[in-house]
Write a protein that binds this ligand. Sequence first.
Ligand SMILES: Cc1ncc(COP(=O)(O)O)c(C=O)c1O
Length: 391
Amino acid sequence: MKPLASRPQQMKRSGIREILEIAVRTPGCIRLEVGEPNFPTPPHIIEAAHRAALEGKTRYTLSAGIIPLREALVQKVKNFNGLDVGIENVIVTPGSTYSLFNAFEVLLEPGDEVLVPDPGWPTYDTQVTLAGGYTARYPLYQENGFRPVVADIEKSITPKTKVLVICNPSNPTGAVSSEDEIREIIELAARHDLYVISDEVYEELIFEGKATTAAKFDPERVISIYSFSKTYSMTGWRVGYAIAPTHIANWMARSVEPNVACASEPNQWGALAALTGPQEVVGEMRQAYQRRRDLVCDVLREKGLLQYVPNGAFYIMIDVSQAQMDSYDFCKELLKAKKVACAPGATFGPRASGLVRVSLATAEDDLVEGVRRLCSFVEEQAASLRTAAIR
Ligand SMILES: Cc1ncc(COP(=O)(O)O)c(C=O)c1O
């Protein structure tokens, strides 16, 4: 038979999935590997989607999403993000995962280079591969709290670089860049004529500092990516959206159709209720993540493993290099020995190969217990290395 397409075969496997698959088969395991809020979707959102379905709003919609939701998003990005756009700039998709792919599809020619953060969310790399491009990485340093530095990005730019991806607040580090830092990055992109994809899906989950909308510094150059998943605990609803300049948005909207037709109609009505309904839920979840972040930092500080304090999202990277294990092996052994699942740093990029990512989206007691077990595992490994060295 003729060979299958080569691009899917070039996709790297996600280390998060690899550990998840073992974790689901490990009874009683504490799950700290996935970025999935443990809160239920607020009831008023469920009711709105239910009502919509009962009213027969169960059809295909416009590829870019139902008009009332896009109108509400125009208001949201005006009030929250300071962007002045029309509904033609708003593309609602089945999750922001597809908004990102949609942007890559529209921007990339075969062989184009995309700069992504290291460490960064592994899906960028997979999507760029599928869209025919390839990724290069710019480094993020723990000493700088994992916030990108313009000079480091600039050194990574080549004549083939076409797109720069930034993620603020960051998955996997929880770093939050300041407004000045983001402005400088966008100015750099302008100097090198790069498109910017600014992944801001964690914009509402910031504990210290504030959200910065990269697009406000150069609306013609930046595609902003947002999601209902994290803000409203709606991961399974699959509703996200992009805000793009008109000449790009037109093509993004057009390419939604052959790929996915549209996002689910009842779920779009649910998303509308999320946006226009009570917002206290968002603050409550944010406070819960912050409390968990503090509890985890206390444990790490006590054990001498706290390297930095994340200011947003719901992740923390933990340096486990004392155990002198490859991060995949570390996660697999930790699971076996202590029944705790976390994500191997190496899946986020080579710079994180001595780190693991812990998600704070798990209930408090489990989270603290899981991090305690992780710390004891590091201590035990380090102690046995010392013993071996003495012998
Ligand atoms: C940085 C980042 N961007 C985008 C997404 C995609 O979220 P969704 O497709 O649920 O909107 C995720 C999900 O984990 C993420 O961490």
